[in-house]
Design a protein around this ligand. Structure first.
Ligand code: PLP
Length: 372
């Protein structure tokens, strides 16, 4: 298989599985126990917290483990909205993941006013729109750091300055960015940041929410006193240890991986430009993650293209959810090109284990299908 869907999930980094195995076998004790084996598991959780916090420039106590990006996003939005008694506006973007957008829909049903910033044709929100939307009634601004479909990096730091000047909190969904590019919560000046281990070579079903010390936020669930009473439930210790290990490896390998992936991406883009002149390239090379190639093919059907690629052993994606066998155009592309109809959208997300040969095979197959 040629795997070009790293933005959906990435393979485990070297050593991650081995780091987890003891916590699935002999080190099975509950991290909350008072006896020696439990204390040893508790120490492993705290080491993982140090590894994760160091990846994003946070203090150790500011990182709380969750079940992944979706929970972290839900918690950031619900938790801050519910803790703010007077402010009822939330500003976000139309390009957010559904974990943010659908939480905003739910909050709209509870009386919150949701303002969605629209992307321009390159897939970036405009700072002037944020200036206009964020007012003294805004409790939270939620803007993703990297878009999952296009890889575009949004101006989180500039928007955070506007949010703070008007007394609002700033959340960023950094699920696609963490572990792939340098991310620093202080440089960005965010109050909350969501991350997910399986996007940077850790296990699935574990993530974290960064909460700046002193930020007012309610817990999402009721239960025990784990995670300093902020996130109840017995810790998923093997997954947390795996996430910590993946975070440590990601910070060591990030620069060389990004360089390698960028070279592969540029090669693929050159091939597409020369052999598929009718295909529009939606992803950007500047201010973007290194591995995303997103294209639209006029007059073609996304499901058909993905199925043909799949038959030939190539795993790519539309970047949008599949409902009852048919793929609806993504909300991101619809927001960027509202008048466009009948167009296939494909996202190829490259990883460090891909090769030039794999990319050449993929583009030449795409050329055969499109020109058939
Ligand atoms: N946010 C973004 C930008 C994502 O790309 C994803 C996953 O695709 C999520 C949130 C949800 O993360 P998880 O799969 O860990 O729930």
């Amino acid at each position: 298989m040629i795997y070009l869907d790293h933005a959906a999930t990435a393979p485990l980094r070297r050593g991650v599985l081995e780091s987890m195995l003891p916590y699935l076998k002999e080190q099975f004790a509950n991290a909350s126990g008072v006896y020696a084996p439990a204390r040893s598991v508790h120490h492993a959780v705290e080491q993982a917290r140090r590894q994760v916090s160091s990846l994003i420039g946070a203090s150790v106590r500011e990182v709380i483990f969750t079940s992944g990006g979706t929970e972290s996003d839900n918690w950031a939005l619900y938790g801050t909205a519910m803790s703010s008694s007077d402010r009822k506006r939330i500003v976000t973007s139309a390009m957010e993941h559904h974990a943010v957008l659908n939480t905003c829909h739910a909050l709209a049903n509870q009386g919150y006013e949701i303002i969605c910033l629209q992307p321009d044709k390159r897939g970036y929100i405009r700072i002037s729109d944020a200036e206009e939307a964020i007012n003294e009634n805004t409790c939270l601004v939620s803007l993703m750091l990297a878009n999952n479909e296009l890889g575009t990096l949004q101006p989180v730091r500039q928007v955070a300055q506007i949010a703070h000047a008007r007394g609002a909190l700033m959340h960023t969904d950094a699920v696609q960015a963490v572990g792939h590019i340098p991310v620093d919560v202080n440089t960005m000046d965010v109050d909350l940041l969501s991350m997910s281990a399986h996007k940077f070579g850790g296990p699935k079903g574990v993530g974290a929410l960064y909460i700046r010390s002193g930020t007012r936020i309610n817990p999402l669930m009721n239960g025990g006193a784990q995670e300093r009473g902020m996130r109840p439930g017995t810790e998923n210790t093997p997954a947390i240890v795996g996430m910590g290990y993946a975070a440590m490896r990601a910070s060591e390998e990030m620069d060389s991986e990004a360089e390698q992936v960028r070279l592969l991406r540029d090669h693929m883009l050159r091939l597409i430009k020369t052999s598929l002149p009718n295909v529009r390239i939606n992803s950007c090379c500047e201010d973007a993650l290194p591995g995303h190639v997103h294209v639209s093919v006029p007059g073609m059907d996304t499901s058909m293209l993905l199925t043909r690629l799949d038959i030939e052993g190539i795993a790519a994606s539309a970047g949008s959810a599949c409902a009852s066998g048919s793929i609806e155009r993504s909300h991101v592309l619809s927001a960027m090109y509202p008048d466009e109809t009948h167009c296939a959208d494909l996202r190829f997300s490259i990883g460090p284990e891909n090769t030039l040969d794999e990319l050449e095979k993929t583009v030449s197959l795409l050329q055969r299908i499109v020109n058939a």
